[in-house]
Design a protein around this ligand. Structure first.
Ligand code: MN
Ligand code: MN
Length: 312
């Protein structure tokens, strides 16, 4: 094989990845727009998660992570427990964050639904910050400049960005691949690479918010940490199941209760967390318990601009 053949193969692989990113993005965008149009008042978070995940699978993708339904001051990382009874009311601000993946190539996108006009401004600020950020993307743009655009847009609209939540680079079967796209201006930082996937996700709170999140007590999103055997037969069986079905991507208890009885599954999962074989992610709550809105796209910069894979 000549050097040129090798380069050709690499190029071909990149093209294939791009195709898969775009396919996953199209599916995630369709589902997001369905969510935006629908009236979710009176639905439980369990019903929302199951329905949205079903819509992703129906279109031929896998879920890259459990659908997040984070309500009001919970900014992120809440997914439904099995039969979770929490019900959406007409005064709730709900961030629905979803991921679709094809062969591990992920589309990560979010929409905030809200039926009370007094919060429309927050939702618009998140959307506007995201679209202004997308307008400036091309290979080589500085992440700190994206952060500045997001921060300025949100502040001009009378709100505050959440400083310790950020977007991220994506890789095959990896949601947070090491690079952060900040939601505020910060000194230094890196420049975006062409043909690399990133997610940008502005989070907005009120002027009374602290503009930060803290960890909450609830942890209902998990991911594999290590495949090292525990010597407990049932626990090792679950480890294999997680690896085979979710790879290193996040999962929820809901996703294993088809194979394991709920109480038993919860017990084994707790054991795996205590052995550090599985990681549990806490919900993230606005420090002043102010409401939070979010918008998110996945995108791939190129020489002249950007492919927003989750754009409609
Ligand atoms: Mn997301
Ligand atoms: Mn994300």
């Amino acid at each position: 094989m000549t050097d040129n053949d090798f380069k050709g193969m690499q190029e071909n692989k990149k093209l294939l990845q791009l195709e898969e990113y775009i396919k996953a993005g199209k599916i995630a965008a369709e589902v997001r727009e369905m969510i935006r149009e629908k009236n979710w008042i009176g639905k439980t978070v369990y019903e929302i998660c199951e329905e949205v995940e079903g819509e992703i699978r129906k279109r031929g993708a896998k879920c890259a992570f459990p659908v997040n339904t984070s309500i009001n001051e919970i900014a992120a990382h809440y997914t439904a427990e099995p039969n979770d009874p929490i019900t959406i009311t007409d005064s709730d601000l709900v961030k629905i964050d979803l991921g679709a993946q094809i062969n591990g190539y992920i589309a990560d996108t979010a929409v905030t639904v809200c039926y009370d006009a007094q919060y429309d401004g927050m939702v618009q600020a998140a959307e506007e910050a995201l679209s202004n950020a997308m307008l400036m993307i091309k290979g080589g743009v500085k992440a700190s400049d994206i952060g500045r655009t997001i921060e300025t847009t949100i502040k001009q609209m009378g709100y505050k960005p959440i400083a310790n939540l950020s977007g991220h680079s994506l890789e095959q079967y990896t949601i947070h691949a090491g690079r952060s796209i900040p939601n505020i201006w910060s000194i230094g930082g890196f420049s975006l690479s062409e043909n690399t996937a990133y997610a940008c996700e502005p989070f907005v709170t009120t002027r009374d918010g602290g503009g930060f999140v803290r960890n909450g007590k609830i942890k209902n999103i998990f991911a594999l940490n290590s495949r090292k055997k525990t010597k407990d037969e049932e626990a090792d069986k679950l480890l294999d199941y997680i690896w085979e079905n979710f790879n290193m991507l996040p999962f929820a208890l809901r996703w294993i209760t088809k194979e394991w009885e709920e109480k038993k599954a919860r017990g084994i999962l707790e054991y795996l967390v205590s052995k550090k074989a599985v990681q549990a992610y806490p919900v993230l709550i606005e420090v002043n318990e102010q409401r939070v809105a979010q918008a998110e796209h996945t995108f791939i910069p190129n020489e002249n601009g950007v492919t927003v894979t989750t754009e409609t």
